[in-house]
Design a protein around this ligand. Structure first.
Ligand SMILES: [Zn+2]
Length: 393
């Protein structure tokens, strides 16, 4: 599956511009179209993306990267949708395909063969039920880009919001499935209209909003694009998370995200998370927190079933807790990584969650930010097949 947005500089697109002026109707008419199998499963957390740091050669103040972030945000802020995104701590790369990174980047050399009529292409897997991988390439070879509404340049935000529509599983609104592509510049016009008319348009339009709400309906959690945040979204303290979740810092540091509590007698955390147990007190159950984790790279202290579950390669029974744990073995606390403690030969703990400070004032709890378990979770999500690219002109 690919889809793209075409240039306003071609004669055909110029004609489309005229058509759109003649037919300014922009009401919702149910014309959105979903890509079959093109939506992500967001049950276990937000959709990952990675920005290639060089961005566009035409822009030297990194405002294009901010424009990309704003375009993701524009979709997440549509009222009534639960779609959310998480920027990876790993940088994006100039590459498309199933490489474990969902990259947004500019092709400055023409190597990706977009051609002068194509401003951007989104490529991803589809048809496997849910999407696990996607990339977006912008045409930096044939087009000049800007973020400041330079009339002769292509507006980053206007193209990004369209490509991200494909990234989350929307097709061009008036295309027929498997059939002919149409201009979509009549009453069907939306952000997902394939030919860009040159106008600045950085937010979804009514048809697009209906589309994203259909693919990712409100989950009733009360989460919003500015918080409270859902499971897997970044946070800095507990009150920033939706009710029932806490803001968890993974063992060994890394970005804090909203997660659930777990325990030695209830270690269920969901697919992309692992239950890391803390120290038991007396005969009480050991309390734990759910941290983002790839299935085959659970951190030390996480409840596991087999050696293959653990980053350390060893899943061993901790007899006192009647649970198998990814092992970091120890004789005393000094043998454990910082913040963790030695219990019966196993290092436990190291996770934390932070209460928010008493108002007034913004949430200012201590939390560090570096790559950690979250990167592994992103790699897991990205596993999947890449289908052939098809260019739209
Ligand atoms: Zn498109």
């Amino acid at each position: 599956m690919t889809a793209c947005r075409t240039s306003p500089l071609l004669p055909a697109a110029t004609a489309l511009l005229a058509a759109s002026i003649a037919a300014p109707t922009l009401a919702y008419d149910g014309a959105y179209l979903a890509i079959e199998g093109g939506a992500w499963d967001i049950e276990d957390g937000p959709i990952p993306f990675a920005l290639e740091p060089a961005g566009s050669d035409d822009i030297d103040d990194d405002s294009e990267l901010e424009a990309l972030r704003s375009a993701f945000r524009a979709w997440a802020c549509v009222p009534g949708t639960s779609v959310r995104f998480a920027e990876s701590e790993e940088p994006g790369v100039v590459d498309m395909g199933d490489d474990g990174v969902n990259s947004l980047f500019w092709d400055e050399t023409g190597d990706f063969g977009l051609g002068p009529g194509t401003l951007g292409v989104t490529s991803g897997d589809a048809g496997n039920g849910v999407r696990r991988q996607a990339d977006i390439v912008f045409n930096g070879f044939d087009s000049q880009w800007s973020t400041d509404e330079t009339p002769s340049a292509v507006d980053v935000g206007s193209i990004a919001v369209h490509e991200i529509g494909h990234y989350i599983g929307l097709d061009h609104p008036c295309d027929k499935p498997g059939g002919q592509e149409q201009n979509c510049n009549g009453p069907d016009r939306s952000i997902m209209t394939p030919a860009w008319d040159g106008a600045i348009g950085r937010t979804p339009m009514p048809d697009d909003e209906e589309g994203v709400k259909a693919l990712y309906p409100d989950d009733g959690s009360g989460g919003g694009c500015d918080g409270p945040f859902r499971k897997g979204e970044a946070c800095s303290c507990d009150d920033e998370c939706v009710e029932g979740l806490v803001c968890v810092q993974p063992p060994g540091g890394g970005r804090s995200v909203c997660g659930e509590l777990c325990a030695s007698d209830d270690s269920h955390c969901g697919g992309a998370f692992a239950c890391v147990l803390g120290m038991p007190e007396g005969d009480d159950r050991a309390e734990g927190v759910c941290v983002p984790s790839a299935a085959n790279a659970k951190p030390p202290g996480a409840v596991c079933i087999s050696d293959g579950d653990c980053a350390s390669g060893t899943c061993a029974l901790l007899f006192d807790l009647a649970r198998s744990i990814c092992m970091e073995d120890c004789d005393d606390d000094d043998d454990c990584t910082e913040g963790r403690r030695c219990y019966d030969g196993f290092c436990l703990g190291g996770t934390s969650h932070e209460a928010c400070p008493v108002p007034p004032g913004p949430c200012g709890c201590a939390s560090s930010s570096s790559s950690g378990a979250f990167g592994s979770a992103v790699a897991l999500l990205a596993a999947g097949a890449l289908l052939a690219r098809r260019r739209r002109g």
